[in-house]
Design a protein around this ligand. Structure first.
Ligand code: NAD
Length: 440
């Protein structure tokens, strides 16, 4: 790829953009309510790079640092239209009230647009999320017919709102741990599997198949296998659709990808990292099931290995112990508390400890990620990008990459990669931070 993209045309965002959310729970409703509150001037879009971030262009002496939203043709918040599926029939206002993330007074102010969002029936099977059951579920006999029903929901939604473009984000519960099987390898075998109700095809994969078949970009906010399979990546390339995943990087893993690169930068050693947290929302309840937790654990554990590269630094990182667990503790609701005990060692091997106690709010951290992914995926599609969008790794605990490539987990490298991709899309010089020219 040349360092500067020539003829860098990005189609303008014409008309409205449909935001299709699978799951209308804590994250989705906090996202939608937030967008409505921001539109009313009631709050600021804090945590959203597309809304508040800037990008340096050219040399430092040029003093060019526009806001991302002035540099790129994003869809405006006023042009977002929301649709969702859930296994509960509650509208977005009721679901937000039950999730209990936002204060009643704020919810009251955005009640009207939220009440208008009533979910479609879900493609759901309790086999894949053991701790969940609900009445608002599609009854299609095969996974193939469920995919068709989802496509029908989308087509009707597009017709109703006169939409040309949509983006789908999986904000549904974490499914049980699945691995790529022969049925997942190629599109033809996957489509056969849908018709034959293959047990290895999960509901999240049915939604993703429906979206990609209709040319709709897809991002996976949970640690599910979903689009990490040959068949759906083949479909994304064939239909020229961008995809991204997986598992929103919010609380404890966000901290890990901020702190670990710093320790490594100063070549300080690590002998152990113990992470535990308590969480009381429905996500916490689902993750209380060992099969769903296994999916989450895999996603959370991989981070340190990739950042610290024990193969290259055996003395510093060759033997560290890494433990992660989550406890479902209802009194905390969505307000998670995480504890990290980090055992490090320095000069001459002398041990030290770092303690992090993060009292975070899960959905408050996740909502701006959903917004950015919607806007970036739509932009990517208008810029002609397709398949896995590694530059969006910044937002994920387990970033997707090309086969045989290890994922980049360091938050600061991820941010550089994201911003350089945006410069590239706009035909601007990439920034290497070399800077020798200032001293010539
Ligand atoms: N909040 C965070 O910080 C964070 C971070 C990383 C990942 N996640 C993931 O994001 C997802 C959403 O989190 P949340 O806190 O909103 O959870 P939640 O339990 O409040 O909401 C999930 C919703 O998805 C619905 N659902 C489940 N399966 C479905 C299906 N097949 N079709 C339609 N709807 C379905 C559930 O009924 C529920 O309403 C979870 O998988 C969670 O692990 C969240």
């Amino acid at each position: 790829m040349p360092l500067v993209r020539k003829n860098a045309a990005i189609q303008e965002p014409e008309g409205k953009l449909g935001v299709l959310l699978v799951g209308l729970g804590a994250v989705s409703t906090t996202f939608i309510a937030g967008v409505e509150a921001i539109k009313k001037g009631r709050a600021e879009p804090i945590g959203s790079l597309t809304q508040m971030g800037t990008i340096r262009l050219g040399k430092r002496t040029e003093h060019r640092s526009p806001r991302l939203k002035d540099f790129l043709p994003f869809t405006e918040l006023k042009d977002l239209v929301f649709g969702a599926w859930d296994i509960f029939p509650d509208n977005a206002y009721q679901a937000a009230a039950k999730a209990g993330v936002l204060e009643p007074a704020l919810l009251e102010e955005v009640r009207e647009p939220l009440e208008r969002i009533t979910p479609w029936k879900a493609a759901f099977d309790q086999f894949y999320v053991k701790r969940l059951s609900g009445p608002h579920v599609k009854t299609g006999k095969t996974k193939w017919s469920l995919a068709k029903e989802i496509m029908h929901d989308i087509t009707a939604f597009k017709g109703e709102h006169g939409l040309k473009r949509c983006v789908m984000i999986w904000c549904g519960s974490t499914e049980i741990f699945l691995q790529e099987k022969p049925v997942h390898k190629a599109l033809a075998s996957f489509e056969r599997g849908l018709k034959e109700n293959d047990i290895d095809i999960s509901p999240s994969q049915i939604y993703a198949y429906a979206a990609l078949s209709l040319g709709i970009p897809f991002a996976n906010g949970a640690p599910n296998l979903t689009v990490d399979i040959g068949a759906l990546q083949e479909l994304a390339r064939k239909k020229r659709v961008p995809i991204a995943g997986k598992d929103f990087k919010t609380g404890q893993t966000l901290m890990k990808t901020i702190v670990a690169p710093g320790l490594k930068a100063r070549v300080l050693g690590l002998s152990g990292w113990f992470s535990t947290n308590i969480l009381g929302n429905r996500d916490g309840e689902v993750l209380d099931d060992p099969e769903s937790f296994k999916t989450k654990e895999e996603s959370k554990l991989s981070v340190l290995e990739y950042i610290l590269q024990p193969g290259i630094y055996p003395t510093l990182y060759g033997r560290f112990t890494h433990k992660v667990d989550i406890h479902y503790y209802p009194p905390r609701g969505d307000n998670k508390e995480g504890w990290d005990n980090i055992d490090i060692f320095g000069w001459l091997g002398y041990p030290m400890q770092i303690k992090i106690n993060f009292l975070c709010r899960d959905s408050i951290l996740a909502a701006p990620i959903v917004l950015d992914l919607v806007l970036f995926l739509d932009l990517a599609q208008r810029a002609g990008m397709r398949g896995v969008q590694e530059w969006l790794s910044f937002y994920f605990k387990s970033p997707m990459t090309a086969p045989n490539l290890y994922p980049e987990h360091d938050l600061f490298i991820q941010l550089t990669k994201l911003k350089n991709t945006l410069r590239y899309l706009r035909g601007e010089d990439l920034i290497t931070h070399l800077g020798v020219e200032y001293y010539d």
